[in-house]
Design a protein around this ligand. Structure first.
Ligand SMILES: [Zn+2]
Length: 277
């Protein structure tokens, strides 16, 4: 029976979940870092799992590169079109919703994500740093004018390349391509992790640059990932489970642990005079 399986899976991680819930309630600033593993449960395949979904016919690292955008913009945009269509069809899952709930309770300060699917925002998260960018807007490569991706994709659907009204420069989606420099959001993410008391890494192998450097900056580390990571030995709590299951259990355990503490109580304790901002 599938339900029995989920119950068993929950029980096997209950001690770690309770420990992490206590940490989340007790520490000051908490940052969550999410990778592809949180979105696979929404049906979005991991870029690095070749042969799944959109990635059966193309190598994502080749097509989603600055070189491909420059040298083969038509093929690049045909792929972006299919990617956007598949992401639009995806829904946020229990993992995204649990993070949004903890953020609303004032227990998570910042969500740092490697994902470009926008599912954290759709689940209700507000303070999201997208270290690989996003697909909501595009920018003219010449004059930096910003365009809505809806407009850009309409042009692509009509069989043309999206060009700037003002200068005719090509419009580039605001996603970080392979070979691109690091975005501002990564610098902000580094700062957020340095200033945090706890980093919870969810659904990330923690092997991909630049995100692989973030756990090393954290004062306390918790890991939620199906597979072991190279940081497991340095983490205070390690939970090998599906992100949706583990985070839903965490949100519930936090609710019990905090005894229904209100958001304002959390804020009050956090803004004690001893805090250095
Ligand atoms: Zn322009």
């Amino acid at each position: 029976m599938p339900e029995h399986g989920v119950t068993g899976e929950r029980q096997s991680i209950s001690r770690e979940i309770a420990e992490l819930a206590r940490m989340v309630v007790d520490v000051g600033r908490c940052v969550v870092l999410t990778g592809a593993g949180i979105s696979t449960e929404s049906g979005i395949p991991d870029f690095r799992s070749p042969g799944t979904g959109l990635w059966t016919q193309v190598d994502p690292m080749e097509i989603l590169s600055a070189t491909a955008f420059r040298t083969k913009p038509e093929a690049f945009y045909q792929f972006i079109l299919r990617l956007c269509d598949s992401l639009r069809a995806a829904e946020s899952n229990d993992g995204h919703r649990a993070i949004a709930r903890l953020e609303e309770m004032g227990l998570i300060d910042v969500v740092v994500t490697q994902n470009i699917d926008g599912l954290h925002q759709r689940a209700g998260s507000r303070n999201v740093l997208e270290v690989h960018g996003h697909l909501r807007t595009g920018t003219c490569v010449k004059c930096r004018r910003s365009y809505d991706m809806g407009f850009v994709l309409d042009v692509v659907r009509r069989g043309s390349l999206p060009r700037c009204d003002a200068c005719k420069g090509l419009i580039k989606p605001d996603v970080v391509l392979f070979e691109d420099p690091l975005p501002v959001d990564f610098v902000l993410a580094q700062q957020a992790v340095i200033e945090s008391d706890l980093l919870i890494a969810v659904g990330s192998s923690l092997e991909v640059a630049p995100v692989c450097y973030l756990p090393g900056l954290a004062s306390r580390l918790a890991i939620v990932n199906l597979m072991p990571t190279s940081y497991d030995s340095r983490a205070q709590v390690v939970i090998h489970a599906r992100a949706g299951l583990a985070l839903a259990a965490l949100a519930e355990a936090v609710r019990l642990e905090s005894g229904g503490n209100s958001h304002s109580e959390q804020e009050d304790s956090r803004n004690s005079p001893g805090d250095i901002e």
